[in-house]
Structures are given as structure tokens and as C-alpha cells.
Write a protein that binds this ligand. Structure first.
Ligand code: DPP
Ligand code: ZN
Length: 841
């Protein structure tokens, strides 16, 4: 496959002034007619007229009304064209019914829908399918469907047809079309500019009862973006459509967002509190893209973080405002460590702005998204909230309607603040998670912290240079009183010291408060004191986490008993009813098993997945014993009696109740869980009870009952599939997943169901890494089977193997064998080939 380089960017030779599309929908023979006005681009030197096009049958082409015969290849076409403005017309036939890759125009449950980001539009018609080519679109849809939707505003419609016009210039990746027998949940929103916007959430008949929450989240997002960023919506309609078969979570098409049903449909009976929170965040994310992504888009796909990092950062701010900021921050860091750190620390490491790729779909990664958001968070910390706001206003002002780069983004911060961001820019160009090692000295009433930063080299960045690292630090005295409020230190050198004078006794340092930079911190802090007293909620939680990590590592490597300081420290926090229940529930969490494997690997040890699993289980038992007398009360006090609401308060209460339940189950063998299961009136309670019953080895009856109750609900059945795998004992995980692939409801072409079953296996650390290689083999079998059908989802799941070099020789060779087996599959997709090659090397 061909490698594409950022350094090779050149503009397209032509501007697109307007696009007219006509669709005649038919499952296996949809006709697409395009009429496109091109004119020479004065900024370009290369006037090659190349239009992307894949899987298209060209039935005819004309330039200014005269038939032409373009030269067609599997990737597109070229044609001789005039050197003055001209009108291009093409007529192609496509086959949505055969489109299982879910890119371009395809069918899902009888409806038509599209997914064009990143490069799906070329599967709809011939076009310069690149984000820096922007145009207005007028779309006519002919088809016997009650609902016919495209971007922008509805111009006119009749029986079997509709015409839409999007007045905002946009790249083709934001194009969307939906047709089907759908029902709408409607509402409206009046913008701060006085525009009344008709809002609609389109779903399959039967799902009407799952729309209200998503609609409210949309309205909250619209209001928030006005209040916080001064950004109002800019069309008369905003439509969202829920689709069952979808590779991603959702897509921000202009005025017509298309969502994976799992990312928008919600009801108390069928969705957990976590589902509700995720749906709220994704609705916000896609809505916020209207400004950060659509109005200002990316010049090329290397700049993906320009829209994604910023939009993730914005949706995190939104969730922090809607719910609890510290709980959100802790959740984001857990997620970063679980998904981004392994990427940054293994063979897939790439900069937030990569410099080359073969298949762009492989770069919709945690590094681009989540580390991209962390980089913006650091920028905001460094310049301050006011300057951040000024810079963003300048960004919207200066670049509205443009396709931009990271250079444009950093320039507005330089212009708004006068700062030189040359060194800061390395965060965008360098791969790898920096390690920040800290030592302390105390002499003559002066406390000194010395920071040493070191980013491990990687294939993408063989010679990393020092970064600008904002390190938020506070100091406490021996009694736990804060003697220095949070200060942000700017670490810019490989080694750098900061002195704090006037301390009559050696203070206790709280370093990297609120996780002010995405680094691995190595500091021998007084975690027990910080767990008891830190005024920074993040670092207080982090101290508990650090104690748990150290204790678990000692158990794994030396067989030590769980650390009593940790157990007692957590117990006091759990007993402190003045603390937010959601926060206390997080305090009961333990480091993820892959995170423990990474920590062992970093110390030069070889992780044994079963030993890690056992140590975590042992720690939970120790927590249960320590809290033995508290758990019944903790559980009882955190039951919600009011009618269900998915808000922060109620879900926090339930999360602590359920955290208590999982410890109680270790003491009562699941009796409380059974009672909760029998009485549950919402999915949060039902699913938590079911998980505990499986863990206690008595889940069969409840699993059967759950299946009977929910067999007709696709999204709930995904949970049923996933839970059996994720709660299986390590030795049974692969067999459980395998048995589920034979279940009559295992529709492997549906990405949600595939992920629920095989993705759950990949995420079951000890199960996936079972010593006999059964986990590796089963996943590889299914990736090989899925690849020709859906390369994008296949390639994404290959990352399960990315940490393979951390493990022992036997596991390494078992994994290498499966990677080679996948690699040698005939006609393997470009997506999967690139992933396997990068992982294997
Ligand atoms: N739909 C994906 C997202 O919003 C890709 N843009 O992140
Ligand atoms: Zn996004």
C-alpha cells in the first residue's frame, strides 16, 4: 500500500463552486447524478483533474454538456478539462445493499444512510474527496420512503422526493443522506441570535420512547456552546438519525448528525447511568463539531486533531459543567491510561498530528482524540482561561469557512498572548508518553523540587526533545493544611529545579494536580498523607490509586499482603459522608489489569496476566474484609428511592451503592445481588446485579431471565453478550465468547454485536491472554472473517495485539503466530494490513 505524507501536501487544482446531486434510490442499483461547477484554483500549480471514486459504475460523463470519456482506475478518474470554469456532470450506479463496510451509502435495517468521513464520499460519486475542497451542496432524493433527509435546510418536497440545500460550504466528508421509514421525536430551540431551529431525532418505529434524553442533551449542548464559546447554530433544522449498523459512535454531518443507535437511544429500563452520560457527551461532541470541524475544518487528514482534540476538550468541559468536574477528570484520566497510554507506549505510537499514514481510518485514535484534548487542556492551563477565550474568539473570527492546520491554531494563541509556542508544538509532533521523574530536597527552610523529563524513543519519534510540561503543584504541611496553593510550574528543560522558600518544616508535595499533563509521574510522594488530606480532588484520588498500584505490584512480584495504609485510607474515605458518592465510588476502583501489566513491564518484569487477575481479586477481598462492617450500611444508604433520573446526583448514589454491592458479593455470595436483581426497575441496577451474580457463580438463572426479557432489544442484548464475556473466569473467556458467536442473535456483521462479543474478549485481559492462546486464536479467526466485510472495524480491533511484546516468550510467539496468520490472509484490506504491519514490526 501507498504511504501518504504530510510534507507532500499540495492544494487541489480546482475550486468547487457548487454541487448538485440527484439520488434515485434502489437497494442494489442506486443512481447518482452529479452536476459540479469547477473553476481553476488560483493558488494551485498542479491542474491535474483527478476525481476520487471507488466501487462506482460510471454510466456517463459530460463537460459543459459534451460527452467525455475519462480514464477510470479503481481509485478514481482523470479527464482533460478546460482552463476556464466548467460544469462537470457524471452519472454513476452504486450498490448500497452490498455495502457491508458501512462507508459511503449503505443500508441498515431497511433504511439508507451514509458515512463519509474520512473518505467515504468517493464511494458515492466521483469527487475531489479531500477536506480542503469545500462547496455548497444541493441534493435531490427520489425514493419511496416517508423520510428523505440530507444536509442543510429542506427546500421542497413531495410524494417520493425531497430537495435539500446546505448554504454552508463544506467538505464532502460532511455530506449525509438518510432515507427510510422513520419516526421523528421533535422539539425546537431558539438561538441567542433569534433563530428558531426545528430539532428532530429520527428513529425506527418502536424506539420513540428512547428519544427524550438525547433531545434534552442536544438542547443543553446548544445553550452551552452559546454561553461558553459564544457559538450559535446556523441552520433552520438540526436532525439526528439513529442507525443500528455504524462503525463509529456518531458523525457530525452538517445539520444531519448520524448516530450509532447505542450512542443516542436511552431509557431508564434499557440504559445504564454510564450509557446516559456517554450519550450526553457524544450528542454534545457532535453538536460542538458544527463550529470546531464544520465551520472551521481540516486542511488535510493529518490535521484531524485540529477538530477532534478541540471537540473532545469542549465536550469534556461541557460534561464537567453539567456534572461533577473532578469526577469527570478522574474518568478521563482512567480512560487515557487505559486507551491512549498503551498506544503511545507501543508499536502504534504516533504523534497527535501524524506525519504519514496508509489508511486514515487507522488514525481515529485515542492519541489524536484524547491526547489531542489533553494538549489543548495544557495550552489553556499555560495561557490561562481568559487568554484561552481570546484565542478561541480569534480562531473563529479569523478562520470561519476555512480548512486549517495546527499551525493556524497555534498562531492564534501566539497572536492572542504574545507567547512563543515553538517548543510547545512538540506535543503535536512527537510520539510517546513522557516520564516525569521528581526528586525533592529540603534545606535552610527551602523546599526544592527537581524535575527530569524523558520521553522514550519510538519508531515515530526516534529522538524526542524536551517538552513544555505544565506541572500544577501544591504544598501541604504535616497536619495536612495547605501551605502553598496550586501553582503551575512550566518545566521546559530536560532537568529543571524549582525552589520554594520560607517553609519552616519540610512540606508534603502534591504534584501534577488535576493531572495537568499527560505524563507518567515518578515521584515517591507521601501518598497516605495526600489520600487523607489533599485539597486537590484529583490528586487525592490519585494517591489512593498509587497506593493500590504499589500494593498490587508487591503482591504480584513478592506475594506481599495488601497494604494496610491503603486499605485503612480508603476505608476512611468511604466512611466520610461529606464526600460526593460518585467520588467515593471512584475511590473503590483499582488500577486496570493492562495498566498493571504496563507498570510491571516498565520495571523490567514480565507480566503474568493470571497473577495480575488474582492479585486484583485478592485486593477486592481485602477491601471487602476491611469494610465488612460498613458495607451493609453503605449499600443501604445509597439506594435511590425517588423516581429514576440519570443526573449526576442519582447516578453517583447508584454508583456507590453498586460499588458497595460488588464488595458485598464477596461476603454474601451474591444474596444481596439476587435481591437487587429481582427488584430492579432500571438497567443500572439490573445489570450491576447480573454482573455480581455471574461473578458469584450463580448467574445462570438471571442470564436466562434477562435474555427472555430483552431478546427483542438489540442494544440491551449487546450488554447481555458483552457481560458474559467480560465477567467470565479467565480460562472460560474464549470459550464463552466462542459459544456466543453461535447464538442465533450473534449478527457478526453488526459492529455493535461484534464488539460486544469479540471486543469484550479483547478487553478481558487475563482471558484474552489465557496461557493456551485460545483468546488470541479466536480473535484472529474472527478478524480474518470480518476483514473482507468490514475492514474498518477489523483494523480497529487489531490493536488488541499492540502490547504483545510485553509478555513472556510463549505468549509472544503465540501472538506473533496469529499476527502472521492474519497478515498472510489473501486480499487483506489496506486498513488491516497497515495495522498488523505496524504492530508486528
Ligand atoms: N464522528 C467522529 C467524531 O465525531 C468522527 N468525526 O469524532
Ligand atoms: Zn469528533
Amino acid at each position: 500500500p501507498q504511504t501518504i505524507y504530510l510534507a507532500d501536501y499540495t492544494p487541489f487544482g480546482f475550486d468547487v463552486d457548487e454541487v448538485h446531486l440527484t439520488f434515485d434510490l434502489a437497494p442494489s442499483a442506486t443512481h447518482v447524478r452529479a452536476r459540479i461547477r469547477f473553476s481553476p484554483n488560483p493558488d494551485a500549480t498542479d491542474r491535474t483533474f483527478f476525481l476520487h471514486g471507488e466501487n462506482l459504475t460510471l454510466l456517463g460523463a459530460k463537460i459543459d454538456g459534451e460527452t467525455v470519456k475519462p480514464k477510470v482506475t479503481p481509485e478514481g478518474l482523470t479527464c482533460d478539462v478546460p482552463s476556464i470554469p466548467f460544469t462537470w456532470e457524471s452519472h454513476v450506479q452504486i450498490d448500497p445493499a452490498a455495502n457491508t463496510a458501512l462507508e459511503g451509502l449503505y443500508q441498515s435495517g431497511g433504511m439508507y444512510c451514509t458515512q463519509c468521513e474520512a473518505e467515504g464520499f468517493r464511494k458515492i460519486t466521483y469527487y475531489p474527496d479531500r477536506p480542503d475542497v469545500m462547496s455548497t451542496f444541493t441534493v435531490r432524493i427520489n425514493g419511496p420512503h416517508p423520510v428523505l433527509l440530507s444536509n442543510g435546510n429542506l427546500v421542497s418536497s413531495g410524494d417520493g422526493w425531497a430537495e435539500w440545500h446546505d448554504p454552508w460550504r463544506k467538505p464532502a466528508y460532511l455530506f449525509a443522506l438518510v432515507a427510510g421509514d422513520l419516526v421523528a421525536h421533535r422539539d425546537s430551540f431558539t438561538t441567542m441570535e433569534g433563530r428558531t431551529v426545528d430539532l428532530a431525532l429520527y428513529v425506527r418505529p418502536g424506539d420513540e420512547g428512547k428519544c427524550a434524553f438525547g433531545m434534552q442533551a442536544l438542547k443543553d449542548s446548544m445553550a452551552w456552546d452559546e454561553n461558553v464559546y459564544g457559538r450559535a447554530y446556523d441552520l433552520d433544522v438540526f436532525n439526528i438519525v439513529a442507525v443500528d449498523d455504524f462503525n463509529m459512535g456518531a458523525m457530525e454531518n452538517k445539520g444531519l448528525n448520524i448516530f450509532n443507535a447505542s450512542a443516542v437511544l436511552a431509557s431508564p429500563e434499557t440504559s445504564t447511568d454510564m450509557n446516559f452520560e456517554r450519550i450526553e457527551a457524544i450528542i454534545a461532541h457532535e453538536y460542538f463539531h458544527n463550529w470546531t470541524g464544520n465551520r472551521i475544518t481540516c486542511r488535510d487528514w493529518f490535521q484531524l486533531c485540529l477538530k477532534e482534540g478541540l471537540t473532545v476538550f469542549r465536550d469534556s468541559q461541557f460534561t464537567s459543567d453539567m456534572r461533577s468536574a473532578s469526577v469527570k477528570r478522574i474518568g478521563d484520566v482512567i480512560d487515557l491510561r487505559a486507551r491512549q497510554f498503551p498506544e503511545d507506549q507501543g508499536p502504534l505510537a504516533h504523534p497527535v498530528r501524524p506525519e504519514s499514514f496508509q489508511e486514515i481510518n487507522n488514525f481515529y485514535t485515542a492519541t489524536v482524540y484524547e491526547k489531542g484534548a489533553e494538549v489543548i487542556g495544557m495550552l489553556r492551563t499555560l495561557v490561562g482561561a481568559d487568554a484561552y477565550k481570546r484565542a478561541l474568539d480569534m480562531y473563529f473570527d479569523r478562520h470561519d469557512g476555512q480548512a486549517c492546520t495546527i499551525e493556524d491554531w497555534l498562531q492564534v494563541f501566539e497572536d492572542a498572548t504574545g507567547r512563543d509556542l515553538g517548543q510547545f508544538k512538540r506535543w503535536y509532533n512527537q510520539a510517546g508518553t513522557p516520564h516525569l521523574t521528581v526528586t525533592e530536597t529540603y534545606k535552610n527552610a527551602t523546599y526544592t523540587l527537581t524535575f527530569t523529563q524523558n520521553t522514550p524513543p519510538s519508531a515515530a519519534t526516534p529522538d524526542p526533545q524536551p517538552l513544555v510540561i505544565p506541572v500544577a503543584v501544591g504544598l501541604l504541611d504535616a497536619s495536612g493544611v495547605e501551605v502553598m496553593e496550586t501553582q503551575v510550574l512550566e518545566v521546559t528543560d530536560a532537568t529543571q529545579s524549582f525552589a520554594f522558600a520560607g517553609h519552616s518544616a519540610k512540606p508534603t508535595a502534591s504534584i501534577l494536580r488535576n493531572f495537568s499533563a499527560p505524563v507518567v509521574l515518578e515521584f515517591d510522594a507521601d501518598h497516605a498523607a495526600l489520600l487523607a488530606h489533599d485539597t486537590d480532588p484529583f490528586n487525592r484520588w490519585e494517591s489512593g490509586r498509587a497506593l493500590a498500584l504499589a500494593s498490587l505490584l508487591a503482591t504480584i512480584t513478592k506475594g506481599s499482603a495488601p497494604d494496610n495504609d491503603y486499605l485503612q485510607g480508603i476505608a476512611s474515605i468511604l466512611r466520610d459522608d461529606s464526600l460526593d458518592p460518585a467520588y467515593r465510588a471512584l475511590m473503590l476502583g483499582l488500577p486496570g489489569q493492562p495498566e498493571l501489566a504496563a507498570a510491571l513491564h516498565r520495571r523490567g518484569d514480565t507480566p503474568d496476566p493470571q497473577a495480575i487477575f488474582d492479585a486484583v481479586r485478592g485486593m477486592k477481598e481485602a477491601l471487602a474484609q476491611t469494610l465488612k462492617d460498613d458495607l451493609p450500611r453503605l449499600y443501604a444508604r445509597h439506594q435511590v428511592t425517588a423516581s429514576y433520573a440519570p443526573d449526576a446526583e442519582q447516578s453517583g448514589t447508584r454508583s456507590l451503592g453498586n460499588a458497595a454491592l460488588s464488595l458485598l458479593t464477596l461476603l454474601d455470595n451474591g444474596d444481596t445481588a439476587q435481591t437487587q436483581y429481582d427488584a430492579a426497575t432500571n438497567m443500572t441496577q439490573q445489570l450491576a446485579a447480573l454482573a455480581n451474580l455471574i461473578r458469584a457463580g450463580r448467574g445462570d438463572a438471571a442470564l436466562a431471565d434477562f435474555e427472555t426479557q430483552w431478546q427483542d432489544d438489540r442494544l440491551v442484548m449487546d450488554k447481555w453478550f458483552a457481560l458474559q464475556v467480560s465477567e467470565a473466569k479467565p480460562d472460560d473467556a474464549a470459550d464463552t465468547a466462542k459459544a456466543l458467536t453461535r447464538h442465533r442473535d450473534f449478527n457478526w456483521k453488526n459492529p455493535n454485536r461484534f464488539r460486544a462479543t469479540l471486543g469484550a474478549l479483547a478487553m478481558h485481559h487475563a482471558g484474552f491472554h489465557a496461557a493456551d492462546g485460545s483468546g488470541y486464536a479466536l480473535l484472529a479467526d474472527w478478524l480474518i472473517k470480518l476483514d473482507p466485510v468490514n475492514p474498518q472495524t477489523t483494523a480497529r480491533m487489531c490493536s488488541a495485539f499492540q502490547t504483545w511484546r510485553r509478555y513472556d516468550q510463549i505468549r509472544q510467539s503465540l501472538m506473533a503466530k496469529e499476527l502472521d496468520r492474519i497478515a498472510s490472509t489473501p486480499d487483506l484490506s489496506r486498513d488491516t494490513t497497515e495495522m498488523i504491519t505496524r504492530i508486528r514490526n
